[in-house]
Design a protein around this ligand. Structure first.
Ligand code: 5GP
Length: 192
């Protein structure tokens, strides 16, 4: 069991509806030391891959991506979920269905921060059905930039996102893959 799997076993809570609650270290209270280890692990797994930018999505991806970026020495861009007066100029947008909130969001990245020279590592906290990732990938494609790879903290392997993304040919590195969980017993099964 790796360091993230151990932490999920210790502090993760299985909720009804296939939700894994990890708000004591990943989604609300943030364990920055843990994020640093995750960043180091992704840096190892993406060694030799050309990456000049990290792209994530607000809100939970931002902290993880920023700490990971210290291991890649690259800037972080995050896709915004709401239009704001601070968003000016031309923008890339994609529609993303939220697994946790069951609604649709437009995700937005300013054209200023993504272009055809960018080799982008996508970082996010969870991969479930893959909607968030597909939105980010479509924004990168619209910018004529390149998806260099995808780093996910927790993949729920019993949902289809991981397989869809791997079948599309992307290098996807999930630090913990949960293949099954039970909210009654609290049992969590990880992929080897
Ligand atoms: P997807 O778009 O792959 O279906 O879902 C990805 C997003 O949904 C993640 O960015 C995360 O915010 C949220 N998410 C999906 N499943 C879970 C879960 O089991 N627990 C938590 N905390 N968030 C989840």
């Amino acid at each position: 069991m790796n360091f993230l799997e151990e932490r999920i076993m210790k502090d993760g809570v299985v909720k009804e509806g296939n939700i894994l609650k990890v708000d004591s270290f990943l989604n609300h209270q943030l364990d920055v030391e843990l994020f640093d280890k995750m960043g180091a692990e992704w840096a190892k797994r993406f060694e030799g891959v050309e990456i000049n930018k990290i792209l994530t999505i607000e809100a939970s991806g931002i902290g993880i991506a920023c700490v990971a970026a210290r291991h890649f020495n690259v800037p972080v861009v995050f896709a915004k979920k709401t239009q704001s007066v601070n968003l000016d100029g031309e923008m890339y947008t994609a529609e993303v269905e939220s697994f946790t909130h069951k609604n649709k969001n437009q995700v937005i990245v300013s054209k200023k921060f993504l272009d055809e020279n960018d080799k982008v590592l996508i970082i996010d906290d969870f991969l479930a059905n893959g909607c968030a990732l597909q939105g980010l990938i479509s924004i990168i494609n619209n910018a004529n930039a390149t998806v260099a790879g995808i780093g996910i903290a927790i993949e729920k392997g019993f949902q289809p996102g991981g397989q869809i993304i791997r079948n599309l040919g992307y290098k996807l590195e999930s630090l913990a893959i949960v293949d099954g969980m039970d909210h009654v017993t609290g049992k969590i099964i990880f992929r080897d």
